[in-house]
Design a protein around this ligand. Structure first.
Ligand SMILES: *Cc1c(COP(=O)(O)O)cnc(C)c1O
Length: 476
């Protein structure tokens, strides 16, 4: 910032251009070189973190220096979650247009928590949510809001279910989820004030899916013990293996038992845009609420999840609290004040990211990309099946596959150790980054395909590196 400007917090027009262009001069080469960057590199990153930590500066310093720090030092020393080789955990996105949307949203800085303050902008956000509800097959009366991610969407879902189905004194309420449910659900229960044991972990079948009969048994036992079952959480794609619970049967059960049905589709629900996803998720449209993360399956940058609730009025009942100093709020049921149906008041205009991405690319581009992810996963599965001594521990239901290498004569903990080392050797090639998990005592290597930047060439590289790492282990 030039020192002679009278108000340094208000850059001139030329200065604004300079700032953005200087940032773009780093961003574009960074993005275009993503395929050649290492899939993860955190060697020395902890020392770097300590080294660059510093006191609050009293006066500013040149932007170029700061960009050097970010792009030359901090950004390279990370898991490359935006790169095509990131196949670990649940891969991140980072569509470029979303960053442009954020720039517009942040510089316009309008107030979208209250409809009256920016009616047309609040409507764009409501539209983006209505499109998600349409994808989910929810009715017109459904409402939703954007959150920072799936964890907070799950938390809000649980709080709404609690308001709708339990009395003020809710401690006898019990929640049913599979032993594969995302841990954010247990955290949500804790944050909502439930003792940890109120979340009943229901055993899964050999495909890691919740077993409705076991849920029914547990509900009956809990009722007999004087507890108050109120919520079933089904997973439309678990994080661990991409397992899809039998949604239709669980919806029947929830209906019969009059329990709230929440579906955690943070990872998987966007596959509703694909043919296979629609088939796998039959029954999802009957849920009372659904978490769906655009920062996963719609490839947006981190910081946007969504909660959809079939009866929009339930959201209002759980959240609406008035105050004298608030502006005029809507009574027209078609118009939404997000502050009345969600925990936030002031909030970022998150919806613009999704709205702009869909306006610019159209939904077909997302369908195609998601179909490509499924096809890549099936390709990987076929190749792994054809590789000697590889055992598939979880066949793909969506875009996750879990496997291990099983050399003859290696069993038990030694086999787990063998595969942990194998994972390290695969990742050491630097072309892909995979993660591991524990499947009923077996250490498994996971491949999760969800980045819009991952294509066939990268999957071939992945399989080459898996085979090479197996060969290295044999020799060593
Ligand atoms: C990622 C994930 C979450 C948590 O979402 P965040 O956006 O990381 O908070 C919840 N459930 C499932 C199934 C997930 O995959």
């Amino acid at each position: 910032m030039s020192a002679d400007a009278p108000y340094p917090l208000e850059p001139s027009a030329a200065e604004m251009h300079r700032l953005v262009e200087a940032a773009m001069a780093r961003i574009v080469p960074h993005l275009t070189s993503l395929p050649d960057q290492r899939s993860a590199d955190v060697a020395g990153a902890v020392d770097l973190a300590r080294e660059i930590s510093g006191p609050m500066p009293d006066s500013g310093r040149p932007f170029e220096q700061i960009l050097d720090l970010l792009f030359n030092r901090a950004i390279p020393k990370t898991f490359n979650t935006a790169g095509p080789g990131y196949l670990a955990y649940i891969p991140g996105g980072g569509l470029f247009v979303a960053a442009v949307a954020d720039l517009i949203a942040d510089t316009a800085n309008r107030y979208t928590g209250v409809f009256a303050a920016a009616p047309a902008l609040a409507q764009l956000e409501a539209d983006a949510l209505a499109w998600l509800a349409e994808i989910a097959g929810f009715p017109k009366a459904a409402r939703g809001f954007f959150t920072s991610g799936g964890s907070l969407a799950n938390w809000s879902a649980l709080v709404v279910a609690r308001r709708e189905r339990l009395p003020e004194n809710f401690l006898s309420g019990t929640i049913y989820a599979s032993d594969q449910v995302h841990h954010s659900m247990v955290k949500a229960a804790l944050l909502a004030g439930f003792p940890p044991d109120r979340v009943r972990e229901i055993p899964t079948d050999d495909l890691y899916r919740m077993q409705p009969e076991r849920v029914a048994e547990r509900i009956a036992a809990d009722r007999a013990a004087g507890l108050t079952p109120f919520l079933i959480v089904a997973s439309a794609g678990t994080t661990n293996t991409g397992a899809v619970d039998p949604l239709e049967a669980i919806a029947d059960l929830a209906e019969r038992e009059k329990l709230w049905l929440h579906i955690d589709g943070a990872y998987g629900a966007c596959f509703l845009l694909t043919e296979a996803g629609r088939k796998a998720f039959r029954g999802l449209e009957r849920a009372d609420s659904l978490s769906i993360d655009p920062h996963k399956g719609l490839f947006l940058p981190y910081g946007i999840g969504a909660l959809l609730v079939r009866d929009g009025e339930a959201l209002r009942r759980a959240h609406a609290v008035g105050a004298d100093y608030m502006p005029y709020l809507q009574s027209d049921p078609d118009l939404v004040d997000f502050c009345e149906i969600s925990p936030e008041l002031s909030k970022p205009f998150r919806g613009l990211r999704l709205w702009l991405a869909l306006q610019l690319h159209g939904v077909q581009a997302f369908r195609d990309a998601l179909e490509e992810k499924l096809a890549l996963t099936h390709f990987a599965a076929e190749e792994l099946r054809a590789t000697p001594e590889i055992e598939i521990l979880a066949e793909p239901q969506l875009s996750v596959i879990a496997f291990r290498h099983r050399p003859p004569g290696v069993e038990g903990e030694a086999l787990n150790e063998w595969n942990r080392n194998l994972l390290d050797r695969i990742n050491a090639h630097g072309r892909v980054y995979l993660s591991g998990t524990n499947l009923r005592g077996a250490f498994a290597i996971r491949i999760c395909v969800l980045s819009f930047r991952t294509h066939r060439d990268r999957m071939e590289a992945c399989l080459e590196d898996v085979r090479a790492a197996i060969a290295d282990g044999g020799a060593g």
